[in-house]
Design a protein around this ligand. Structure first.
Ligand SMILES: *Cc1c(COP(=O)(O)O)cnc(C)c1O
Length: 392
């Protein structure tokens, strides 16, 4: 028999998985403002499989509850030109721009939506920098759920348009993501609505682990390095969780080196990695999806990085935009700035890496989600013509 439980990532206590439980009741009591969440729960799988578990065997909600939509199973491919030019023959892209709403966030929304269906819940609320919003709106639409979103008013237009187009109720917040996060929690508690806030709802971490399960199956081995663009640290936690589950059931024998890539102006986790403690900053970066002053999954993410010898690297906005341009023009992959950060992180670290290493760049969101940023690095054609003679 296989049993799924929540386990506190801090004290280790186990709990049944219920819609009411979000954080460890004990560890969350010492929560201070402006620090990462205390008592983040993770899903643990108790028991033994008598066969090699399928992906669906490793998820805490049965396959029948998931909406029939294309989430996950994204391509893993080799950017040939970049790979040759940089002389890294085993460089791969895990291309999560291919998800239903164009970002990796769909993996989390998908599991949360399935859980809601199983529990007969019909409404979900969340705060988002943009992608979690458009993701939950889209996946929620397919699953027939009512979605309410708290979105910083500075979120890129396309993400707002996506959310509205999918039919979600969008509440703009005059303030940053951290403010939206707090307001949405207040709203969820007041109206007894399931929260999909990242890290707070443990299934957001669990849902994102499928990316690692896929990477392993697609490569047919454990990569040496995975570059993960990091804001709240939930993707990072999910990436670790996937590999840890594979390790736990004897399918793999090691965890890859995970590299958290942050923007210089939003580097809370990288600083805590050095100093051991989190100090909030006013995050500022062109990469809106990783612009986070107080990384909600900071304690959990930091613990994994330390335990499995992960690394942190920070990249400038300029390097992010250059990486975005290069991925587009040399690999044909138009990624949003946060998603291109993994490539920028790789470029910064490549000289310390073995040329034959198997490297996976996690590309987490589509470039069309934020064209204002992309417009910073392109020259628009200046005039229109009526005949070819006018071309110089
Ligand atoms: C949310 C997001 C990230 C960062 O994920 P965290 O869990 O906040 O660290 C990176 N890239 C994209 C495109 C995202 O939407």
């Amino acid at each position: 028999m296989i049993n799924f439980q929540y386990q506190c990532s801090q004290c280790g206590k186990e709990f049944d998985i219920t819609p009411e439980l979000m954080l460890c009741p004990k560890c969350s009591q010492i929560q201070k403002p402006d620090e990462p969440l205390r008592g983040v729960l993770e899903v643990v799988i108790d028991g033994h499989f008598h066969h090699q578990p399928k992906m669906s065997d490793l998820l805490p909600v049965a396959a029948e509850y998931f909406p029939r939509i294309p989430v996950g199973n994204t391509p893993l491919w080799k950017p040939e030109n970049l790979s040759q030019e940089l002389v890294f023959p085993n460089l791969f892209i895990k291309d999560d721009t291919h998800n239903l709403t164009g970002s990796l966030k769909d993996r989390a929304s998908y599991l949360v939506a399935a859980f809601a269906k199983r529990e007969n819940i019909n409404a979900i609320a969340l705060a988002s920098t943009g992608n979690a919003a458009s993701s939950m709106a889209g996946v929620g639409a397919a699953a027939g759920l009512d979605i309410t979103i708290f979105l910083p008013e500075t979120a890129p237009k396309a993400k707002l348009v996506q959310s509205l187009q999918y039919g979600a109720r969008v509440i703009p917040v005059a303030g940053n993501y951290d403010k939206a996060f707090d307001l949405s929690l207040e709203y969820s508690r007041k109206h007894h609505i399931l929260s999909r806030n990242t890290a707070y709802n443990p299934l957001t971490i669990e849902g994102k682990k499928t990316v690692s399960l896929e990477i392993y199956h697609q490569l047919e081995k454990v990569p040496d390095f995975v570059f993960v663009p990091t804001g709240d640290g939930v993707i990072l936690g999910g990436v670790y969780k996937g590999f840890r589950d594979l390790l736990k059931f004897g399918i793999i024998d090691r965890i890859p080196t995970i590299i958290a890539v942050q923007a210089e102006g939003s580097n809370a986790l990288a600083r805590a990695f050095e100093s051991g403690k989190f100090t909030p900053i006013d995050a500022q970066t062109v990469a809106d999806s990783i612009s986070v002053g107080n990384p909600r999954n900071g304690y959990y993410a930091l613990k994994q990085l330390k335990q499995y010898n992960g690394k942190c690297v920070t990249v400038s906005d300029e390097a992010i935009l250059e990486a975005q341009k290069e991925l587009s023009s040399k690999a044909g992959l138009f990624a949003e700035p946060a998603a291109a950060a993994s490539y920028a992180g790789f470029l910064k670290m490549k000289d310390e890496m073995n040329k034959n290493a198997t490297i996976v760049l996690l590309v987490t969101g589509n470039g069309l989600k934020d064209i204002d940023s992309a417009m910073k690095t392109i020259d628009f054609p200046s005039k229109s013509i009526t005949s070819l003679e006018e071309l110089d």
